[in-house]
Design a protein around this ligand. Sequence first.
Ligand code: BDR
Ligand code: CA
Length: 310
Amino acid sequence: AQKIIIDTDPGQDDAVAILLALASPEIEVLGLTCVAGNVPLALTAKNARIICELAGRPDLPVYAGCDRPLKRDLVTAEHVHGKTGLDGIALPDPTMPLAEGHAVDFLIETLRREPAGSVTLCPIGPLTNIATALHRAPEIAGRIRQIVLMGGAYFQVGNITPAAEFNIYVDPEAADIVFRSGIPLVVMPLDVTHKALTTRPRIEAFRALGTRVGEAVASWTDFFERFDMEKYGSEGAPLHDPCTIAWLLRPDLFAGREINVEIELHGQYTAGMTVADWWRVTKRAPNALFIRDVDADGFYALLTERLARL
Ligand code: BDR
Ligand code: CA
């Protein structure tokens, strides 16, 4: 099985990504590392444990990490995810404890301990924890198999500002460290997630599973959708974060290009923008596989089939 660590700020779509990973035998989740993002750290660390317990995995280590971006004030997204970050169905408070220690130490220690090239990181929130680990222990960069992250946007432009996607916008300095790290990157920007829409029949397919997990995922995607359909005028909302895990399972469902991506740190209107050289108009070396397309029916078929196993 592919060993992964999911770095997350749940978030309904984070929750679905975590469930997809836990339901998939091809993947071994070594732990969850939580970061401040959609909601403050105390809530993301709580929500991650609620999700583990829902999946029947109270044994999975869940670590709390950085509670604010490297250099900026935290921006949160309760307007998207609700006050708890996981609004939708009411789930019980977690009884499993947080793992002892800081998420960044767990990342560093795990990458030092596991064979070089064996661990994939899946960041689906702001990149603060990952950048902090790389800054503190630069030698781990060469030991990471790849980073498969949700973040950024190019043709689809921004969702939190006209130019920037939320995860990158919240901590652009951290994103800059990751995009310059030389680690193989697979990037799931809004360009692709806006093609993976939670249409009514897809939500009903989750509900039709007739399980607690199916009901929870239907309620989360319903919640999300209420907000997003108004905003985007599309038939369903983008289901962002599970695209990372789906790519690990079925890369054939996705298409993109190896290109250069730079993070805008200073623009008055464009801070946090992922400046993606899609047309290769610069000589800058590619640093990311930037995904733009997905077979959405294939993606939802995979997701529903896997969630049925929980
Ligand atoms: C990203 O921002 C968060 O609100 C979602 O969980 C996702 O990771 C989409 O821009
Ligand atoms: Ca997220």
